[in-house]
Design a protein around this ligand. Structure first.
Ligand SMILES: NC(=O)c1ccc[n+]([C@@H]2O[C@H](COP(=O)([O-])OP(=O)(O)OC[C@H]3O[C@@H](n4cnc5c(N)ncnc54)[C@H](O)[C@@H]3O)[C@@H](O)[C@H]2O)c1
Length: 262
């Protein structure tokens, strides 16, 4: 089979959370660049407007809606609306997520410094909202008996990671098992559910924490390739998991980490 059939997502309807920046923007861009219609959603209205405009100016088929994934009814309504207007939903990227601050490697990230309010906020956005995204997308995909759901997890959900906060590590591990669980229920409907587990990528996560050269140096040290990844480097795996090329891949957690978990 030739490349244009293997990775053909032309005309696919795609929903992305956290699409204004970083990995979500990369996912939206690669899908739109390859002919999909992409609904970009984010809580950051200004960032979203700029991000969507930058793709639309290139003639790509993108739409946008301000959606806070923490608002579960609004999240479900946005997914339902996208599916209703296009008559289908082919791919959902449950990508939006937030940092829980530094990890146990510094005093500020050690367990006694963790506030339960912060813990609950991270659990709600990084875990509960991901479940709700899967559930809302699956309702449409089950009906049409096809679909792809791709979660953005982290290598911090695969093993311990001294640079990230407790709630982050716990929620990223939880979504990896959520993906395995959902993949079993949804396999009967030809809906694939997979998790991308990135190592450090240069994005705006953690209020620009990755602009700090010391933080970048520490993250680079855990990566055998010796550097952080750029956003463009998520695109190949995102396209693979959304395209016909991955028709027999479901229930997996795929690291993309420069060898960090090897
Ligand atoms: N950058 C990394 O090194 C890295 C590594 C592993 C996993 N991840 C994961 O990748 C995903 C994307 O993060 P990123 O690194 O691209 O960060 P980013 O901050 O550049 O992008 C995240 C986007 O999500 C949006 N967002 C945040 N809270 C939201 C909410 N409540 N509702 C809707 N949108 C919301 C932000 O406005 C932002 O546009 C996250 O799930 C993150 O945990 C990132």
């Amino acid at each position: 089979m030739k490349i244009d059939k293997l990775f053909d997502v032309r005309g696919h309807v795609v929903f992305v959370t956290g699409a204004a920046s970083g990995l979500g923007f990369g996912m939206a861009e690669v899908m739109a660049d390859n002919g999909a219609t992409v609904m970009m959603t984010d809580v950051d209205a200004d960032g979203l407007a700029k991000a969507a405009a930058s793709l639309r100016e290139r003639g790509l088929a993108v739409e946008e809606a301000v959606v806070d994934v923490a608002d579960l009814p609004a999240l479900t309504a946005a997914i339902d609306d996208t599916a209703a207007r296009h008559g289908r939903l082919d791919v959902a990227f449950a990508n939006a997520g937030i940092s829980a601050g530094p990890g146990y490697g510094t005093e500020k990230g050690q367990m006694n410094a963790v506030s339960l309010d912060d813990w609950n906020r991270v659990v709600h956005i990084n875990l509960t909202s991901i479940f709700e995204t899967i559930r809302a997308a699956a309702a449409h995909m089950k009906r049409q008996k096809s679909g792809r759901i791709v979660i953005t997890s982290s290598i911090a959900g695969v093993g311990s990671e001294h640079m990230v906060g407790y709630a982050y590590a716990a929620t990223k591990a939880a979504v990896n098992n959520l993906v395995r669980q959902a993949s079993q229920e949804l396999a009967a409907y030809n809906v694939m559910v997979n998790s991308i587990a990135p190592g450090p990528f240069r994005t705006n996560i953690g209020n620009g924490r990755l602009n700090d050269p010391e933080v970048v140096k520490q993250f680079a040290e855990i990566v055998p390739l010796g550097r952080l990844a750029e956003v463009d480097e998520i695109k190949g795996l995102a396209l693979l998991l959304a395209s016909p090329a991955s028709s027999f891949i479901t229930g997996t957690v795929i690291p993309i980490d420069g060898g960090a978990t090897a």
